[in-house]
Design a binder for this molecule. Sequence first.
Ligand code: SF4
Ligand code: SF4
Length: 184
Amino acid sequence: MAANVKVLKRRELTWWENTFLPSIYAGLVITSRHFFGNLAIHISHVFGLRKKERGSTTYQYPEEKRPLAHRYRTRHRLMKRDSGETRCVACMLCETICPAHCIAIVAKEHPDPDIEKMPASFDIDLGKCVYCGFCVEVCPEDAIRMDTGRLDIAAYSRGGMILNFDHLMNPELPVLDPAKPVAR
Ligand code: SF4
Ligand code: SF4
């Protein structure tokens, strides 16, 4: 096996290359090409020309948010039944499949004898979540989705990154209050 390994020697840079001036020049050429090409498209649009070409634009985040594709995975939510209670039956499949081990569910008995269990608590640690969507795929009850469109997730503490049951049932709630990190 070792006989098949080909060892490549790194080429020594010349004196001129070691000044990095050629690389800086090449970078400036590329940046300028994009800048002036984009500028030309926008000026053409003002005069009604090149309408089929789309010029780059800058979104003034956070005031202006970039539109997301409808399949984009964002902050989780728990789905509700018509009665308003959670569809989750605490089967633990999502907790089991989660590759980041960031879901923690505690189950309790459901008052309806036709439904075996429901979550007593349901936490997702967004500080560990890798947004793979496995929890959504595996759920047999369509009880969890990642379609809230919320990406504004930041906190001053690790505890502040944890979604609890209330946050999951009410995605409009401001989750991550840096002043009051969610306690586990
Ligand atoms: S998206 Fe992936 S990593 Fe995040 S909670 Fe779901 S299964 Fe876990
Ligand atoms: S897989 Fe669905 S029903 Fe099962 S615990 Fe997770 S969210 Fe609840």
